[in-house]
Write a protein that binds this ligand. Structure first.
Ligand code: NCD
Length: 327
C-alpha cells in the first residue's frame, strides 16, 4: 500500500493567516488546537436522558453531506450536529447523483456551492481527494474530511481522544493497544495522530503481520503479532474492523481463525488492567474482532464513542465556520 504524504493536506486546510478553514487531517494541528476542539466538544456533551445541546453557531449556513462510501454513524452524526447548530442540511444520495453519470467531484462541489452550500462534508475511497479539491472551492466554503480511503478520518480521531480523556485524563501515563487491521484503517491513523499530539504515554499495535502498517508509519508504537502479550496491563483496548473491502481475496483472514488469534474475548480482557476501557469505531464484526460479551460488557465505551461523535462534529463545525469567516 502506498504511503500518502499529508503535507499538502496540512498546507491547504489553513487560511493565509493560519486559521483552520477545512479539516482534512489532524497532522499539523497543535496540542492546543486539539485540546480546544475537545473542550468545545465536551461542552456539547449531554447525559443520555437530557435533551441534546443546541445553539445557533451555524445559523444560515448550509451543510452538504457527500458520502461516496457507506456510512451510518459518521453521516448521521454530521447531520445531527449541523441541525443542532441551526444549519440547513442536505444529504446527497450518491447512488443517484450525477457522479454516476460521469460528473467530476469538483463539478458536484461547484453545483452545491452555487446553491450556497458552504460546508461540504466528504467521504471517498480515493486517497488525497479532499486536499486536491480544497484549493478550488470558493474562499468561504469549507471541506470536512469524513473518511479518506485508508488515509485519515480526523473527526473519528478526535472523538476517540475525547472518549479516552473522559475516562483516563492522565494521558502521559496511559498505555493503549490498537488491535486488528491497522494497514487499512484511517481510524487508527487519525486516532494515533491525535493521541500522539496529546502526549499519550505508550501506543501498542497488534495484528497479523500482513495487516500491520508499513514500518515508517505509527512511529514510536510498539508492534506485536501476539495479542496476548500486547494486551498485558493496558488501560485502553481499541479493536478495529477487518476492512475486507480494501483487501485482495487472498489476504482476507477467516473469521473464526481471526477471532481465536486476535479477537477481544473476556479471557483476553483479563490480561489488560481491570479498569481498562474497550473501544471500537464500528461497524463491528461481532464474533470476529470482538465477542458480544466484550462489545456489550461493562468495560465497553463503544456507545459513548457514538454519542461523542455528534459533540465532536458540532465542535468542528462551529470552529471551522469561525475560521472560514475570519471571526
Ligand atoms: C470507520 C470508517 O468508516 O473508517 N467507521 C466509522 O467511521 N465509525 C471504521 C470502519 O469502517 O471500520
Amino acid at each position: 500500500m502506498t504511503h500518502f504524504d499529508t503535507a499538502l493536506s496540512q498546507h491547504v486546510q489553513r487560511t493565509d493567516t493560519g486559521r483552520l478553514r477545512h479539516l482534512i487531517t489532524l497532522d499539523g494541528l497543535t496540542r492546543n488546537e486539539i485540546t480546544a476542539l475537545l473542550d468545545l466538544a465536551q461542552f456539547y456533551v449531554r447525559k443520555p436522558h437530557e435533551l441534546p445541546a443546541r445553539d445557533q453557531s451555524l445559523a444560515g449556513h448550509t451543510v452538504a453531506n457527500l458520502f461516496f462510501e457507506p456510512s451510518t454513524r459518521t453521516r448521521v452524526s454530521f447531520e445531527l450536529a449541523a441541525q443542532r447548530l441551526g444549519a440547513y442540511v442536505v444529504n446527497l444520495d450518491m447512488q443517484t447523483s450525477s457522479r454516476v453519470k460521469g460528473e467530476t467531484v469538483l463539478d458536484t462541489l461547484y453545483t452545491l456551492q452555487a446553491m450556497h452550500a458552504d460546508v461540504l462534508v466528504m467521504r471517498d475511497a480515493e486517497p488525497g481527494l479532499p486536499a486536491q479539491v480544497a484549493p478550488f472551492v470558493a474562499s468561504h466554503v469549507s471541506i470536512l474530511n469524513a473518511g479518506e480511503a485508508h488515509v485519515s478520518h480526523p473527526t473519528q480521531g478526535l472523538l476517540d481522544a475525547l472518549t479516552i480523556r473522559q475516562h483516563k485524563p492522565d494521558f502521559n501515563n496511559l498505555s493503549i493497544l490498537i488491535v486488528g487491521d491497522l494497514m487499512h484503517s484511517r481510524v487508527a491513523r487519525s486516532t494515533w495522530r491525535a493521541l500522539n499530539t496529546l502526549g499519550i504515554g505508550e501506543v501498542r499495535i497488534a495484528g497479523p503481520e500482513h495487516l500491520l502498517p508499513p514500518a515508517h508509519e505509527f512511529k514510536g508504537a510498539i508492534r506485536h503479532t501476539d495479542i496476548n502479550k500486547a494486551i498485558q496491563d493496558v488501560d485502553v483496548v481499541m479493536a478495529l474492523r477487518i476492512q475486507k473491502e480494501r483487501m485482495q481475496q487472498a489476504h482476507i483472514p477467516d473469521d473464526s481463525g481471526y477471532c481465536r488469534e486476535f479477537g477481544l474475548t473476556p479471557e483476553r480482557m483479563k490480561l489488560a488492567k481491570p479498569d481498562a476501557i474497550v473501544m471500537h469505531p464500528a461497524p463491528m464484526n461481532r464474533g470476529v474482532e470482538i465477542t458480544d460479551d466484550v462489545a456489550d460488557g461493562k468495560q465497553s465505551v463503544i456507545q459513548q464513542q457514538v454519542t461523542n461523535g455528534v459533540a465532536v462534529r458540532m465542535a468542528v463545525l462551529a470552529t471551522i465556520a469561525r475560521g472560514a469567516h475570519g471571526q
